[in-house]
Write a protein that binds this ligand. Structure first.
Ligand SMILES: O=C(O)c1ccccc1NCC(=O)[C@H](O)[C@H](O)COP(=O)(O)O
Length: 262
């Protein structure tokens, strides 16, 4: 059983509990700037900066981090979006973290969780998120489409995550404008920026969509590599959570995009 299978099994239990005590359904749109607008045709690589205490691959990363302080530093340092891991069993995150961060920052806010049911989308919105994540590997195509449409109707932005070219084709069947490629193999945890290269090779940059490179970014050299492949943004957790100089590290990732692809 892969780590993703284990996480998804846990999510099924969480959904059952959530359905017994559903979150408030917020009908009005979340007031935050659009992540897509911040990324599309920006001449610099943008950063989605993640609040990440722990992970299945690395164990504890920064157990004592205060989500509001961390997110505020990210915002001041020029992050385009804050990602908050809300999963507890595997990442030590909470929806309380997301709610607290939503009150402290004004930029786009991603609820980073493993969504398999509409009620989790309601929970993300009720906690202040303006962006949700849908992972292609976690969902059958029909379910992916249903959840995508549900989130769209709720006026949320949707980051659709893929791991390979087949999954990219599935994502492209949707009107997905934010497409992330996860550089981490969820079976071996191995991180390889070649995954971004593989996706970038066939990514329809001429369409109104942006490519985001997720996981394993450690240096401005890594940022340069994915920027030159056509990525508009990177999603960075561990490196920022471990950095003694968060603002400088984040700023160093905002490299100029070398190639005019879009
Ligand atoms: O980070 C993990 O170990 C992990 C394991 C299984 C599923 C997802 C996982 N991470 C979620 C993420 O997508 C990352 O937190 C995010 O891309 C940032 O990655 P990094 O910069 O390498 O911390």
């Amino acid at each position: 059983m892969t780590i993703l299978d284990q996480i998804l099994r846990e999510k099924e239990n969480e959904v059952l509990k959530l359905l017994q005590n559903p979150p408030e359904k917020i009908n009005k749109p979340i007031k935050r700037p659009s992540l897509f607008d911040a990324l599309y045709q920006n001449k610099r690589l943008q950063v989605i900066a993640e609040m990440k205490r722990a992970s299945p691959s690395k164990g504890l990363i920064n157990e004592g981090a205060n989500p509001v302080e961390q997110a505020s530093i990210y915002e001041r340092a020029g992050a385009a979006c804050i990602s908050v891991l809300t999963d507890s069993p595997f990442f030590n995150g909470t929806f309380e973290d997301l709610k607290a961060v939503s009150k402290a920052v004004e930029i786009p806010l991603l609820c980073k969780d493993f969504i398999i049911h509409e009620v989790q989308i309601d929970q993300a919105k009720a906690s202040g998120a303006s962006v949700i994540l849908l992972i292609v590997a976690a969902l059958q195509q029909e379910r992916l489409e249903t959840l995508f449409e549900y989130a769209k109707k709720a006026k949320l932005e949707i980051l659709v995550e893929v791991h390979n070219t087949d999954e990219l084709q599935q994502a492209l069947k949707l009107d997905a404008r934010l497409i992330g490629v996860n550089n981490r193999d969820l079976k071996t945890f191995e991180v390889d920026l070649a995954r971004t290269a593989e996706i970038a090779d066939i990514f329809p940059f001429h369409e109104k969509r942006v490519l985001i490179s997720e996981s394993g970014i450690q240096s401005s050299q890594d940022a340069d590599i994915v920027a030159n492949l056509g990525a508009s943004a990177i999603l960075v957790g561990e490196t920022l959570m471990r950095s003694g100089e968060v603002a400088q590290t984040l700023a160093s990732f905002k490299v100029e995009k070398g190639v005019e692809i879009q």
